[in-house]
Design a binder for this molecule. Structure first.
Ligand SMILES: [Ca+2]
Length: 339
C-alpha cells in the first residue's frame, strides 16, 4: 500500500515535473517568437508604404501630366485670345480710318455742294466754319474764278481760339526742308497733314479780305506762346509778296514787326534790305530785312540745339537768335470773323 502510494506520488511528481518541463521550454522559446512577428509586420507595413508611395507617385505623375496639359491648353487659349484681340484692334483701326475717310469725304462734298448752291462762296476755313463745319482737318477750297487760281487743299483749325483758321504754315515733324526756291514758295510745298508752306499765291488770295494772322509756337520744354496781328496782308508776286502787318497782341514778343513792309526772299532771289543774302544765310524763304528778328521758315533743329548757327526756327522775342523752336503754326482768318 505504501509502495503504491509512493509510486503514485512519484508518478504525480513526474507528471508535475513533466508539466513544468513542458511549460518551461515554451516559456524559454516565447521571447524568440515575437521579434520574428515584429519583423514581418514591419516588412509588411513597409511593403504597404512602398505600394502606397508608388501609387502616390503614379498619381502625382498623372497629375503633373494633366497640369502640364492644362498649362499648355491655357497657353494655347491665351495665344488664341491674343490673336483675337489683335484682330479686333486691326478691325477697329480700319473702321476708324474708314469713318475718318467718310468724314473727310463728307467735308469735301459739303464744301463743294455749298459752293454750287449757295450765293456766298467759300473763301477759306472761316466760310466753312460759318456753314457749320466745325471739325478740324483737311478741306478743299474751290478754285477762284476771278483770280484764275485752282482749288486749294487746306488744313482748317476749327477749334483753337474760336476756330475758322486756315493754316498757311506748319513746322512740327521736321523732315521737310524749307530751304526752297522762289517757285516752290510761290506754289507751296510739303504735306497738309505734316509740315508745309501753303504757297505765296494762295496766301495772297486768302488775304485779299482784311485778315488776322496768329502764330502759335512751342519750345522743347513744352511751353507755348503766341503772337497775333489783327492786320495781315501779303501782296501779289509783282510786288514780291510784300508783308504788311500791324496791331500786335500776344505773349511771345513782337518779332515780326522788324519784317513789316519787306519783300519775300528765297534761295536764289535776294529781295531783302541787306548787303548780305539773308535767304542763303538763314536757309529759308521769308520776309527778310537785314536779316531777322524771327525766322519761322528756318532749319528744324531737334531739341532746339542749333549750336552756333543762326539759321534755326527762331523768334527772338521769346528765345533769342540761338534757339530753334519745336513747333510753329501760322494761321489766318478774316478780321470780321465771329465764332
Ligand atoms: Ca541782300
Amino acid at each position: 500500500m505504501i509502495f503504491r502510494t509512493a509510486a503514485l506520488s512519484v508518478t504525480l511528481i513526474l507528471l508535475v515535473l513533466t508539466e513544468v518541463w513542458a511549460q518551461n521550454p515554451r516559456k524559454r522559446l516565447a521571447p524568440l517568437k515575437p521579434p520574428k512577428v515584429q519583423c514581418c509586420d514591419e516588412v509588411r507595413a513597409m511593403k504597404v508604404q512602398v505600394a502606397n508611395l508608388t501609387s502616390l507617385l503614379e498619381e502625382l505623375n498623372r497629375k503633373q501630366e494633366t497640369d502640364l496639359m492644362n498649362i499648355v491648353r491655357q497657353m494655347m487659349d491665351l495665344d488664341k485670345q491674343n490673336r483675337q484681340q489683335e484682330a479686333r484692334v486691326t478691325e477697329a483701326e480700319s473702321k476708324y480710318s474708314e469713318i475718318n475717310n467718310r468724314v473727310e469725304i463728307m467735308q469735301l462734298q459739303a464744301s463743294q455742294s455749298v459752293t454750287q448752291s449757295s450765293s456766298d462762296a467759300i473763301y477759306d476755313c472761316a466760310s466753312l466754319y460759318n456753314k457749320n463745319y466745325k471739325i478740324s482737318g483737311e478741306y478743299k477750297l474751290p478754285a477762284d474764278e476771278f483770280l484764275g487760281t485752282p482749288e486749294i487743299d487746306v488744313f482748317c483749325d476749327m477749334e483753337s481760339n474760336g476756330g475758322g483758321w486756315t493754316l498757311i504754315q506748319k513746322r512740327k515733324v521736321g523732315l521737310t526742308s524749307f530751304n526752297r526756291d522762289w517757285k516752290q514758295y510761290k506754289k507751296g510745298f510739303g504735306t497738309i497733314r505734316g509740315d508745309f508752306w501753303l504757297g505765296n499765291d494762295n496766301i495772297f488770295r486768302l488775304t485779299r479780305q482784311p485778315s488776322t494772322l496768329r502764330i502759335e509756337m512751342e519750345d522743347w520744354e513744352g511751353e507755348t506762346r503766341y503772337a497775333e496781328y489783327s492786320h495781315f496782308t501779303v501782296k501779289n508776286e509783282l510786288n514780291s509778296y510784300k508783308l504788311l502787318i500791324g496791331n500786335y497782341s500776344g505773349n511771345a514778343g513782337n518779332s515780326l514787326r522788324y519784317h513789316n513792309n519787306t519783300n519775300f526772299s528765297t534761295m536764289g532771289k535776294d529781295n531783302d534790305k541787306c548787303v548780305d543774302d539773308c535767304a542763303s544765310i538763314r536757309k529759308g524763304g521769308y520776309w527778310y530785312n537785314c536779316c531777322t528778328d524771327s525766322n519761322l521758315n528756318g532749319v528744324f533743329y531737334r531739341h532746339g540745339n542749333q549750336g552756333k548757327n543762326t539759321d534755326g526756327i527762331t523768334w527772338y522775342g521769346w528765345h533769342g537768335p540761338n534757339y530753334s523752336l519745336k513747333r510753329v503754326e501760322m494761321k489766318i482768318r478774316p478780321q470780321n470773323f465771329k465764332s
